[in-house]
Design a protein around this ligand. Sequence first.
Ligand SMILES: [Zn+2]
Length: 371
Amino acid sequence: MVMMRAARLHEVGDTFQVDLVPVPKPRPTDVLVKVMSCGVVPNLHNVVANYPTWFPFLPLPTLPAIFGLDAAGIVEEVGSTVRDIKVGDRVYVNPGLSCGTCEACRRRDNTNCPAYTFQGYFGFGPGSQQIYEDYPYGGFAEFLTAPAANLVKLPESVSFDQGARFGYLGTAYAALRKANFAPGQTILIDGATGTLGLGATLLAIAMGARQIFITGRNAQLLARTKALCQNRIQVVVLGDVASGTVVKHATGGMGVDVVIEALGPNAFPRNVVEAMSGLRRGGKAVSIGGVADPIPVDPFPLMCQQHSLIGSLWFTPAEGQDMAAMADTGILDLSAFVHETYRLDDINEALAAVEKRNGGFTNVVIRPGDR
Ligand SMILES: [Zn+2]
């Protein structure tokens, strides 16, 4: 039996350890991918240490398990019914798995499958355990299997380390699409210097935003983010003034078309309400950051102003393919990321490093092939 190295979690709250496990065989509709880079997402520490207590309704795979959410690599082997994906293709593996046969899946609305599951991370329903039995391989291993339908083909111009960032970029892209964001529109990105917010900013630039308001607390990170597109980005420092007031003033009282709410779990709910107050009539706010506390939304002005507050989770392989195309043309500029690469053996150091990252610019990745 051919073996591979994989970093596994044996107990909740424990560190990862590198084990030897068999290299999986792809089933007919699957592919075997040689992992070149896998993102270490900022939330991973919470997932492996706290999710069973905090969110018992979001199941982890049965331990020991291989984690690793955002893998990019090279197709090593394809299943017997896979046609358009070839050995040697460079790919990002969209880890969003669904059951395939429930009503949502049969309507091709896979992200709303009750058993939706993040390969190598956590699931959203009781059906997730069955999916973990079928796909027990995360990206912190030399190889993984995945459904061929989940792959995003990466052009040569997108590095594997950049590909490992597609999860957070895609989350922002799907949110922009749900808001019907269009060229020439205005946008407020609340929490723009973080991992999600920076992705939303890069995509808003790429998608032709006329005016991009970015909020954050760290002046140095805000300046660095503004430098991505000096003439279209305007900085709003959180804590100084209400973001909605600044935005309304800067747009001549109109307000922005879209608010992307990318603040993290520990943010003040007040900030979210203030950001939403910057929406124009009919504007849409999309929540992707997961502020932990309830947000006091007032339904009456929501009705009068026809505001929408939309929740958005992850993205489809098709949306991933859109981003690959945008990156290939250069309109989506991925050069802002600074990659910090780690060997599989140093995964616990990588987890610690992600806590000390320099906002969204730092991209911590594991390269399982590095020795
Ligand atoms: Zn389903």
